[in-house]
Write a protein that binds this ligand. Sequence first.
Ligand code: ZN
Length: 317
Amino acid sequence: MDIKIPGLHHVTAIASDPQRNLDFYAGLLGLRFVKRTVNFDDPGTHHFYFGDARGTPGTILTFFAWPGARRGIRGTGQVDAVAFAIPKNSTGYWLERLKQEHVPAERTSPRFDEELTRFIDPDGLLIELIESGAPPNVEGWHGSSVPAEHSIRGFHSVSAALEGYERTAKLLTDSFGYLLVNQSNNRFRFASQNETAAGRVIDLLCMPDAQPGRVAAGSVHHIAFRASDGEEQRQWREHLVALAYNVTPVIDRVYFHSIYFREPGGILFEIATDPPGFTLDEDLNQLGESLQLPPWLESSRAQIEKVLPPIAPPTNQ
Ligand code: ZN
């Protein structure tokens, strides 16, 4: 391919209680609540988007909030951990903040020389905070109670748990243009060649003896990589189909257009376009303030609002 993938566009995970999810990510972690909408395939449930101040690709963590959803099982064929970048010397602040909110957190030994803190979210999703240089295009959100100098700066990476890693590695290197940049034990680190992109790193964890996981609440549903526009996405689709991947048609997700396919290790991958972005239906200074529906659901707004669980502004903000 002449084109290369710069990095992650978004990561989508599954939560159970929507309010608890909102309080954790917008309240405790201080991410911007970028978009409040519904799951387009299941409009009686929320779809939340969290990100940096501008909803920049590479900073967006989204959740399907399914009240009462059973908890997933960690294992292979799924994302094991989602890592956010935090500024240098911020680990102490975050450990104290998490402790005050009674979230057990562990400062582990540095990974590839970067300070690392890990904890789980209310549904069991493993979250990591990694001290690293912030990508220049990411703007930390200053509208929360997290001081600006410690705010989360988009994704650092995701770790993918795989039974074997070679075919996934080949997809990353031969197709996406990623490079193997580090390795330690069973952790193989790949990075895009775009050194300024947020979320340019993906770690493949080779876990031949682990059981397959089950995706449900507390697990990542899929990860999305970036295409700069629809034409690039069309080229990606053609390329993947030629490699015998079973790829969906282009699906309109309003804020981006998407194609999906399952990578060789079993994780659902998406390629999403950067445009049109989250300011399509709200001004930048009002992102996330009200329920947004795609045009084809607008006529059902009254019914949808009646069945959606009520949401209060996040606590801790
Ligand atoms: Zn997605």
